[in-house]
Design a protein around this ligand. Structure first.
Ligand code: PEP
Ligand code: MN
Length: 268
């Protein structure tokens, strides 16, 4: 997984939540079959109200298995000890594997941010994606990056992720501000990944339309005609969306993902 800005956007695809060994392996196989570089397999799921909140540490050995299949696993971490356990079970066991961790929109505690920054410091196999906060608060988003850096992480390890802002309106779960997200990435000199799944939500069709919108979006910067765009997308794709344990309504099937890939290839 490379963090440099590339002409081909980074696609992160996989289920909202890792649900079982079988579902994780099926997702990794599908990701490999679709040339997806990073497979979303979140072991931790923050929930608005107490509900099933993910496989947790039981899924860590499968993250290593997936990484050794040749696709980089990505998971949310809620606490520094989650990040520590995932790193111990993956990159500490195999120097050849890569790992993508992320901090979610609800995780805006600066001690957590700094401690996770300290844990990944010097670990070049690990990248950390920082989602914008639930509410539109640019300073908090930038501050989260600064706290992670203050903990010791290097800018080369950080990616931003735009998942839109609450409250939902106009048929969107979390309406995005695409210009703002690209501007923040530009100002911080960090890649920006769009999250059409949590931004559009509601149905695969909604998510696919938002993915295309994000992929097409350009922001003119510097007044010299330079245009920037999203560096990648993170898309929820489930081997059997109807049976998904979380975010059932918005997850794509792999055949819908294929359609989306084809539509994205038509874009300039
Ligand atoms: C997620 O990506 O799994 C998630 C919970 O999204 P967010 O933190 O953006 O709400
Ligand atoms: Mn989700």
């Amino acid at each position: 997984m490379s963090q440099e800005r590339k002409s081909v956007p980074l696609i992160i695809a996989g289920p909202c939540a890792a649900e079982s060994h079988e579902q994780m392996i099926a997702s990794a196989e599908a990701a490999l079959a679709h040339d997806v570089e990073v497979v979303r397999l979140s072991l931790h799921k923050p929930r608005t109200r107490p509900e099933w909140d993910g496989m947790g540490e039981t899924g860590i050995p499968t993250l290593l298995e997936v990484a050794q299949m040749g696709v980089t696993p990505a998971t949310e971490v809620m606490m520094p000890q989650d990040a520590e356990a995932v790193m111990e079970g993956t990159i500490a066991k195999d120097a050849n594997v890569q790992l993508l961790l992320w901090l979610g929109a609800r995780n805006y505690n600066h001690r957590v941010q700094q401690d996770i920054g300290a844990l990944i410091a010097g670990q070049s196999q690990v990248k950390l994606m920082i989602k914008n906060p639930m509410q539109k608060d640019e300073a908090a988003w930038k501050g989260a990056v600064e706290h992670v850096l203050a903990g010791g992480a290097s800018p080369e390890q950080i990616l931003l992720c735009h998942r839109g802002f609450a409250p939902g309106e106009n048929g969107l779960r979390n309406p995005p501000d695409l210009d703002m997200a690209l501007r923040v990435g530009h100002e911080m000199n960090l890649p920006v990944i769009g999250d059409p799944s949590h931004s559009a939500g509601k149905s695969p069709e909604n998510v696919m339309a938002m993915a295309l919108k994000m992929a097409n979006h350009r922001l003119r910067v510097n007044g010299n005609g330079n245009e920037i765009r999203f560096d990648g997308l993170i898309i929820e794709v489930h081997p059997n969306p109807e049976a998904a344990l979380t975010d059932k309504d918005q997850q794509l099937s792999w055949s819908q993902f294929r359609q989306l890939q084809a539509a994205m290839q038509q874009l300039a």
